[in-house]
Design a protein around this ligand. Structure first.
Ligand code: ZN
Length: 190
């Protein structure tokens, strides 16, 4: 798939919203990605994970790992297509950990995946968790890197799509200045 086709999937699924939003960070933005509009549709998730799996099909991956919550779904579908196991990390007292008896050994070659990378904090936690098992990391992928180049990793990083999203401080927001009222995504039906 080309970048345009991936972007079209985001639009078709309703994941890419245009308007005036208050982000979790408190910043305002004209765009918002509601990843669960993709993750709730297995056909879209399958389509995009196929692209991730395709990039690593010759890398002898033995396991795919992602962070809770959305990363579980991306990990599961990518692993299904690669025919390997899928595991996930959860936050335990602020630290990303494998629980539920998930194990990796030094002979494992792991692909790490995530849905949307904004700060990269969760994914860094997964990288640490995999390293602490002594396993190798073949690479990291995600559906969208919207960190504006801020998320940097010490493993090869291959996002499907890089989106530069412009965020504004509330008192400098041109959308607010034009009289528009921002909404918190997820808090309304719009
Ligand atoms: Zn605003």
């Amino acid at each position: 798939m080309t970048h345009e086709e991936i972007l079209q999937v985001l639009k078709d699924s309703g994941a890419l919203l245009e308007g005036h939003f208050i982000l979790t960070s408190g910043l305002h933005s004209g765009q918002y990605i509601e990843k669960f509009r993709i993750l709730e549709q297995p056909r879209y998730t399958e389509m995009l994970c196929k692209e991730i799996a395709g990039m690593y099909k010759n890398d002898k991956i033995t396991a795919v790992a992602g962070p809770m919550t959305g990363g579980i779904i991306i990990s599961y579908e990518t692993a299904r297509q690669l025919g390997v196991k899928s595991i996930f990390t959860e936050r335990v007292e602020g630290k990303m950990k494998f629980r539920r008896g998930f194990t990796l050994s030094p002979s494992d070659n792991v692909l790490i995946v995530e849905d949307i990378i904004t700060t990269g904090g969760s994914v860094k936690g997964v990288i640490e968790a995999v390293k602490s098992c002594g396993a190798k990391i073949a690479g990291l992928s995600c559906l969208v890197d919207r960190s504006n180049g801020e998320a940097k990793f010490d493993v090869p990083f291959n996002p499907l799509l890089v989106m530069n999203v412009v965020n504004y401080e509330p008192d400098e927001c041109p959308l607010c200045k034009s009289g528009s009222v921002p909404v918190k995504p997820g808090s309304t039906n719009k």
